[in-house]
Ligand binder design. Structure first.
Ligand SMILES: NC(=O)c1ccc[n+]([C@@H]2O[C@H](COP(=O)([O-])OP(=O)(O)OC[C@H]3O[C@@H](n4cnc5c(N)ncnc54)[C@H](O)[C@@H]3O)[C@@H](O)[C@H]2O)c1
Ligand SMILES: O=C(O)C(=O)C[C@@H](O)[C@H](O)[C@H](O)COP(=O)(O)O
Ligand SMILES: [Zn+2]
Length: 358
């Protein structure tokens, strides 16, 4: 086994994030006392889920493999309900557990299934996408999408541990690898500018899943997220900074019917949030411009159609950071100085959008 990095996440139910290669044995070890483990996966990760099922069986635990639709198609309440039916048929009790094997969509669903079953059983995400490793699997936010918007139904339910097996990235499509980098770049702007220096120095190295730069970026981003969520699981304060770029991003995803990659939407959302902060007099022009150049260097999108604005604005109004009719945006007052922009008026919001739209 390759060297394993262990990143602790604090809070009322502390756990570790394990980063390394060939890490399929830890999941059953993280769930002592379980007699059954449901392994949720989408079709692309079937083989890995089966291997995991065999490892689970080898330690005397019954695996229940549950295949769900891929990507955002699986992040639906009817899919969660079908999973609960399977757990019921198999007689899952409070000592049993759920493992989610896949990208952020599957681990968000698996965590939500675990959060609601018997009002909360243990779960472990085995993150297989870059975005899942650096973000979705860490921090205990679980949930599904609804017609009203992205992630509007969910629960805070920390996992028993998180597995980031870097070997799984070898099969991840390059577009999904780049999409995950949008969240890494987000962490660079809100907390760890070394991330930005590393990406700018060699964007190709950042996108090579077998190389040391990608691993360093992954570990740095996990450290940022672990630090934030350790002190604020339920997003009552500082955790909002992890939503940098997400107010517009989630609106884009909704307008696209959840067919755009989350990371691509976040990339556009970061450029938008930086532009908004500059126009609001909060952020200097150079740092704002740096958002566009960093994400563009990774081949990520930086703009969205101009005529979508009315639909985007309507979608942003149900953002979870909004309070009443007041929108709230995470912005930067400088590099690694995140803050909140309270209730910007519609003209300012539109002016920023005009600068990034095409
Ligand atoms: N809970 C959180 O805190 C949090 C944080 C960030 C994002 N998210 C959510 O995560 C989701 C996005 O996650 P994502 O970018 O991983 O997308 P995804 O889960 O849709 O995965 C992208 C694609 O890659 C495939 N895939 C994953 N791992 C693979 C591998 N190793 N080899 C081959 N194919 C693989 C998937 O099957 C899918 O087709 C969104 O729903 C987003 O809202 C949640
Ligand atoms: O963990 C968080 O908190 C985040 O905001 C991380 C985001 O990258 C992630 O996309 C999250 O799912 C968004 O949360 P939401 O509460 O805005 O749905
Ligand atoms: Zn995100």
């Amino acid at each position: 086994m390759d060297e394993v990095t262990r990143i602790p996440v604090g809070g009322e139910r502390p756990y570790d994030v394990l980063v390394g290669r060939d890490l399929l044995d830890p999941p059953p070890r993280l769930l002592p006392g379980a007699t059954r483990v449901a392994v949720l996966h989408a079709p692309p990760l079937k083989e890995l889920a089966e291997t995991l099922g065999e490892r689970v069986r080898a330690v005397g635990v019954d695996p229940l493999l549950i295949e769900v639709p891929d990507a955002e198609e699986g992040k639906r309440i009817d899919v969660a309900a079908a999973c609960w039916d399977r757990l019921g048929e198999a007689g899952f009790t409070r000592t049993d557990a759920v493992v989610g094997v896949g990208g952020g969509a599957v681990t968000d669903l698996a965590g939500f299934v675990a959060a609601c079953w018997l009002r909360g059983v243990r779960w472990v995400p085995v993150a297989t996408s870059l975005l899942g490793m650096v973000d979705a699997a860490v921090g205990g936010k679980t949930g599904v999408n609804t017609a009203a918007g992205k992630n509007l139904v969910g629960a805070f339910h920390p996992p028993a541990g998180v597995i980031c097996d870097l070997a799984t990235l070898d099969s991840l499509p390059p577009a999904d690898l780049a999409a995950g980098m949008a969240e890494v770049v987000k962490c660079g702007f809100i907390a760890d500018p070394v991330i930005l220096d590393l990406v700018e120095r060699d964007p190709a190295a950042a996108l090579d899943p077998t190389g040391p730069v990608t691993r360093e970026l992954i570990e740095r981003a996990i450290l940022v997220k672990a630090d934030v969520v350790s002190g604020d699981l339920r997003e009552s304060g500082v955790r909002e900074v992890l939503n940098y770029g997400h107010t517009l991003a989630h609106a884009i995803e909704k307008v696209e019917g959840y067919r755009w990659r989350h990371g691509h939407a976040v990339s556009v959302g970061l450029v938008y949030a930086a532009t908004l902060a500059r126009l609001a007099g909060r952020l200097d022009a150079a740092t704002a411009a740096r958002h566009r150049t960093v994400v563009a260097a990774l081949g990520l999108p930086t703009s969205y159609p101009a005529d979508a604005w009315p639909r985007l604005l309507a979608a942003m109004r149900v953002d979870k950071k909004a309070r009443g009719s007041k929108l709230r945006f995470v912005v930067l007052d400088g590099l690694a100085r995140p803050a909140i922009l309270e209730g910007p008026d519609d003209e300012l919001l539109h002016a920023a959008y005009r600068e990034i739209s095409r």
